[in-house]
Design a protein around this ligand. Structure first.
Ligand SMILES: [Mg+2]
Length: 430
């Protein structure tokens, strides 16, 4: 049994915590260099602003309906994420961080799931101010779907039974009710069913999640792929997706894994982070994107009686990139900045953020020479690793930490670092 805990409109919600005047107003957060909308409040969604809408096309709404557009503030989101993850971890015995605002919680042995879900959700809201949705199901795919239902039932009353809003436990529904819910949901909402497969399924006469859940897994494999077969099995309640093979999050790429054994020294930690960053970089190139920010984190086991450590940091990249060496360098610098000796760490990870398609390059006024184009080197790296196995060719030196260079991104609408900079802490007047 799994839960997916997911922050609602996460970047927008983080901004609202410190700027309550933004509550109830249409709000978007913009990608690097204030290019396009990467997070939208419900009010902004209701205005018809789509994900990825270029800022210049929506700016007229600022004047017309009071839209607020903010530059992205990743140090704030990264720190709020860390707080949210720590609270979400209390839901059950294991946690797998899937993206900056989503984690899967293993629920083996946990009683009274919906009530516990509401308690955790309330605590996250009360302690850090971010609303979230919790989906519960027998598999990760069902938990993810339950999360979608929890959020949609909350945002658009009438779409689903009201008791599924905010926290939705699909495993507790009687069979007929479950079928009704699945029949009311478009198959495009299923984790891992992308636009292309979605179109093929529709052409074959399938439209709802129930249609997909009733497919014969063997037919799914024969006519489509092993990936779709796994999705069908997961919808039928048979758990078969490890986070390692999970479909990537739409807006970010996470590579994390528990260590085989406890790590306390920096060297093996740097090695692990190098591997995670390299793997994330390859996924990034596969989907033709570049990243402008990167998050690294490491933590101890919350279920051991050890001194606890859980830290994450955001490293801005000098230029959006998919270059393995640049990403490894940034990830290691970030890990060195959060590392403290003396803790028994069980997990570390790298999340690439602020992704955009390769072709979209912001022109900049910059006195530094353009970095050498290494796309052919990266293509060769990927080709060798595809052919001879992951990690055949890898980055030997993680580079030196060095001082993190200041970015020169255009971010004219960025909020303060409320939680990570002493000078930016808000002062409540008496
Ligand atoms: Mg979210």
């Amino acid at each position: 049994m799994f839960a997916l805990v997911d922050g609602n409109n996460f970047y927008c919600s983080c901004e609202r915590v410190f700027q309550p005047r933004l509550q109830g107003r249409p709000l978007v957060v913009l990608s690097n260099n204030d290019g396009c909308a990467i997070a939208r409040s419900n009010e902004a969604k209701d205005l018809g602003i789509s994900m990825g809408a270029p800022y210049f096309k929506i700016r007229h709404l600022e004047r017309e309906v009071g839209l607020v557009a903010l530059s992205s503030n990743y140090p704030l989101y990264g720190d709020m994420s860390n707080r949210m993850m720590t609270l979400a971890a209390a839901m059950g015995p294991t946690q797998e961080i899937y993206s900056i605002d989503e984690s899967f919680i293993g629920l083996d042995g946990v009683p009274d799931l919906a009530r516990r879900g509401h308690a955790i959700r309330d605590r996250i809201h009360r302690w850090i101010g971010v609303p979230c949705g919790i989906g519960i199901g027998r598999t990760k795919t069902l938990a993810k779907l339950a999360n979608h239902i929890a959020k949609t039932a909350d945002r658009k009353p009438g779409t689903y039974p009201a008791e599924l809003a905010k926290v939705c436990n699909l495993a507790a529904l009687p069979a007929q009710d479950l079928d009704d819910v699945l029949a009311a949901t478009d198959l495009g909402e299923v984790w891992g069913i992308g636009r292309r497969i979605g179109e093929q399924l529709r052409a074959a006469g399938l439209h709802t999640v129930l249609d997909v859940a009733r497919m014969d897994p063997v037919v799914a494999r024969r006519r489509w792929s092993v990936v779709l077969e796994r999705t069908v099995r997961e919808l039928q309640g048979q758990s078969c997706i490890a986070l390692e093979d999970a479909p990537p999050a739409k807006k970010e790429i996470a590579c994390t894994r528990s260590f085989g054994q406890v790590i306390t020294d920096l060297d093996p930690l740097i090695e692990a982070v190098t591997e995670h960053a390299s793997r994330a970089a390859q996924k990034l190139r596969q989907q033709g994107s570049v990243a402008a920010q990167l998050q690294v984190f490491a933590h101890t086991s919350p279920h051991r009686d050890d001194p606890q450590f859980s830290k994450a940091t955001i490293v801005p990249l000098r230029r959006p990139t998919s270059d393995t060496a640049a990403l490894v360098h940034a990830a290691c610098a970030g890990m060195r900045s959060i590392y403290e000796p003396g803790y028994r760490l069980i997990k570390a990870g790298v999340i690439l953020l602020d992704l955009s398609p390769v072709g979209v390059v912001q022109q900049e006024l910059d006195l530094e020479p353009e970095p050498r184009d290494r796309s052919r080197l990266m293509a060769a790296l990927d080709a060798v690793n595809d052919k001879y196995g992951r990690g055949t060719l890898k980055v030997a030196s993680a580079g030196t930490a060095g001082a993190r260079r200041q970015m020169t991104m255009k971010q004219s609408r960025r909020s303060a670092d409320y939680t990570t900079d002493w000078d930016a802490i808000m002062i409540a007047s008496a």
